[in-house]
Design a binder for this molecule. Structure first.
Ligand code: ADP
Ligand code: MG
Length: 340
């Protein structure tokens, strides 16, 4: 017997979609901080309890949301960042899919307090499992605070897959480091279970953020990069031949200020280090690669961590050669002399 076909209700749709964007506390944290960045904030405070499993609180001093727009922000496919598909090819914001808030709200207890500078009073809303249970005007400062409690309280199967507080905390700390490195003009303050973990100055200097996170030894062994090629411009820092790691954890790559996982760019960087550092070791880098947004596609995965390039081969060669030249010019202090 053929079965009846159901049209799913919005809450069910959001919960299913949340499976793609909201995998763990660090993915919630990422979406919320990216929203704060897109709102032109200059200060973002992140306060985490129990690896984000109990609570994630993000406070920013950005644009805020008009009281008449607050409900809309929790709707699926509701975004202020694009209007039409062509806008994706001229995109400078981190968000554009309009699904993070809808997804996160559907699997948590969410509270938002927000105020724009255009309005004298702000708005507070509380949602549980995507249903609004309170909305009232509230006196508050300009900007937005979002508090996420009890992630996956209504999807026990997902909750079971959360890792230990320690493991979830490491994920969140890594993520905050990455976002702080990519946004040097924003002051990031990160508090974990009441302890201050990171406080970047927000002075626009990449080296200040690297120093806040990794300390003096790394900073003293960095080479400044500011190169313009045919397909891209590269700026930031790479490690000299005195510092390297056995893993790739200190290879931070950003495309147009969005941190990404890009095998092709990592390969280009590692290739440029060949014969400069020992085999099987990895150089350190904090690099932003600027590419014309019309030459890349960021819409290939919901988390937007992957990117497609129009001309990967040219890009690979250009990045490899630019870095190699810089490394050969400045990094070789005689320790590993056999290079070709
Ligand atoms: P997207 O970021 O893809 O637009 P989201 O679901 O993350 O979608 O957010 C929906 C909308 O809510 C955003 O487009 C923005 O207008 C608004 N918004 C979300 N967070 C903030 C924030 N911290 N400050 C100002 N506006 C926000
Ligand atoms: Mg967003």
């Amino acid at each position: 017997m053929s079965k009846k076909i159901n049209i799913l209700d919005d809450i069910t749709i959001n919960k299913i979609a949340a499976g793609e964007v909201v995998e763990r506390p660090s993915s919630v944290t990422k979406e919320l901080i990216e929203n704060s960045i897109d709102a032109n904030s200059t200060q973002i405070v992140i306060d985490i309890t129990d690896g984000g499993k109990k609570q994630i609180r993000i406070t920013d001093n950005g644009s805020g949301i008009l009281s008449s727009e607050v409900d809309k922000s929790f709707l699926r496919h509701a975004t202020s960042k694009i209007k039409k598909i062509d806008d994706l090819y001229d995109l400078y914001s981190l968000g554009f899919r309009g699904e993070a808030l809808a997804s996160i709200a559907s699997v948590s207890r969410l509270e938002m307090i927000t105020k724009t500078k255009e309005e004298p009073i702000g708005t507070k809303v509380i949602l549980e499992g995507g249903k609004e249970i309170l909305k009232e005007p509230v006196g508050t400062k300009n900007g937005t605070t979002i508090i996420i409690k009890d992630l996956f309280f209504n999807t026990p199967a997902r909750q079971k897959f959360l890792k230990s507080t320690h493991a979830e905390t490491i994920n969140i700390s890594d993520l905050i480091n990455k976002l702080a490195i990519g946004n040097t003009d924003i002051q990031f303050k990160y508090i974990n279970n009441g302890k201050l973990m990171l406080n970047t100055p927000g002075d626009g200097k990449l080296i200040s953020v690297i120093r806040s996170i990794y300390g003096k030894e790394i900073v003293e062994n960095l080479i400044k990069i500011n190169e313009k090629g045919e397909y891209c411009s590269i700026s930031g820092y790479i490690g000299n031949n005195n510092i390297y790691r056995s893993n790739k954890n200190l290879q931070h790559i950003y495309i147009n200020n969005r941190f990404v996982k890009s095998k092709i760019i990592l390969d280009a960087i590692n290739e440029s280090y060949k014969s400069i550092i020992p085999i099987n070791k990895h150089g350190i880098c904090f690099l932003n690669i600027d590419i014309n947004p019309s030459k890349i596609d960021v819409n290939i995965h919901p988390t937007k961590m992957e990117i497609k390039f129009e001309n990967d081969k040219d890009l690979y060669i250009e990045i490899r050669d630019l870095l190699k030249r810089k490394l050969l010019n400045t990094a070789l202090i005689g320790k590993y002399e056999s290079y070709d």
